[in-house]
Design a protein around this ligand. Sequence first.
Ligand code: ATP
Length: 445
Amino acid sequence: MADQSPMDKIVSLAKRRGFVFQSSEVYGGLGSVWDYGPLGVALKRNIKDRWWTSLVQARDDIEGLDAAILMHPKVWEASGHVSGFTDPLVDCRTCKARFRADKLDDARCPQKPSKVPGAHTTCELTEPRSFNLMFRTFMGPMEETASVVYLRPETAQGIYVNYQNVLTSSRQKVPFGIAQIGKAFRNEITPGNFIFRTREFEQMEMQFFVKPGTDEEWFEQWRTIRMDWHHALGLNPAKLRWHEHGDGELAHYAKAAYDIEYEFPFGWQEIEGIHNRTDFDLGRHQEASGRKLEYFDQAANERYLPYVVETSAGADRVTLTTMVDAYREEDVDGEVRVVMGFHPQVAPVKAAVLPLMKKDGHPELARELYRSLRARFAVDYDDGGAIGRRYRRQDEIGTPWCITIDGETAADRSVTIRHRDSMLQDRIGLDHVAVWLTERLEASS
Ligand code: ATP
């Protein structure tokens, strides 16, 4: 383990313990597409739930939405994606590899020894050309230009074209927001770093519609709210920072943009973008569809096209961030203890019920407790092997608490609770475990 890189350790743990598997692995895998296993799907779902709860449930000015992945192709023409959602691509005529022209310094030529593309005397790079990142497919039986549809490269457009539907059906008033979690697809030229940059991924996006002129103030508010959210997830604040987009970096729709970056083992990288998209998207859709998308402010008796402040986070990137941030190795009595120090609310398993022995009534009591807990909490039952090894197994998947049933349980209905981080143990009543867990989970929010 010692000679593995930090990312290799996480990728290997993710596979071994059922967080993330390579897609279609039996066929050799599909490039940069990943599947979430039993623990990974639970971890990612907990992160998405936290996002949804904080934005949709806990606020009265944001509504939820689940728009379809396939949309009218005119959406992507109007939004500028058909003409402008491109990356500059260069090919190497010698080794046939492809690179993003703006990321050559981060790339490696497949020839040995490892160098940046163009650095070998045999490298022959083409001039950069624009490569559209949208996946195309055909709707209906005819594979012809007229039936081309796209897999959405961002969820935001589904929100813009539904903005009036939500406004009228929910009776919201500007300022208000629409939040959505869903799949997005980008035919990335150089995907990689595990689930950091993939071709199929999930976004957690919120578009906040505001009166023009108030957009800069809201932009600042949303920056604060979103950074606080990442802190509350338990991420190390020293590994989070802002990156402001300079003139050359700003997307075609943005007036201002800040990324929240995390320091991964492969460097500082974006995990969420906060963008002031102005009235660009609504304006484009209004023009292209011929449908008036203005908001009428009754109180002020004025009409305007709202500005939009967007917060856009990748569910997979935040999941990876959570795993990287949680991973630690400790020396315990000369042995390495691997711990995933997840925030209890995102931990895929909250508690494990462990009968100390497979006899003397331990399994019966443990089963009774496990059955009573599992309708309310994600709990695990493990009776295999020495208790120390079982604790280590739970540490490795980040289970905050282990509940052990032992010889005293039958006598006085008490159990041991062992804490993942301190490894200290408490003794509490068997019948009090559910309340104890509820209190602990609430206290950690
Ligand atoms: P990058 O510069 O890393 O390609 P971007 O600036 O194109 O990202 P946005 O368009 O702002 O990204 O997308 C918002 C969020 O969606 C990103 O912060 C990221 O978390 C997520 N995301 C974007 N592309 C991918 C991808 N290929 N794989 C996984 N997540 C992604």
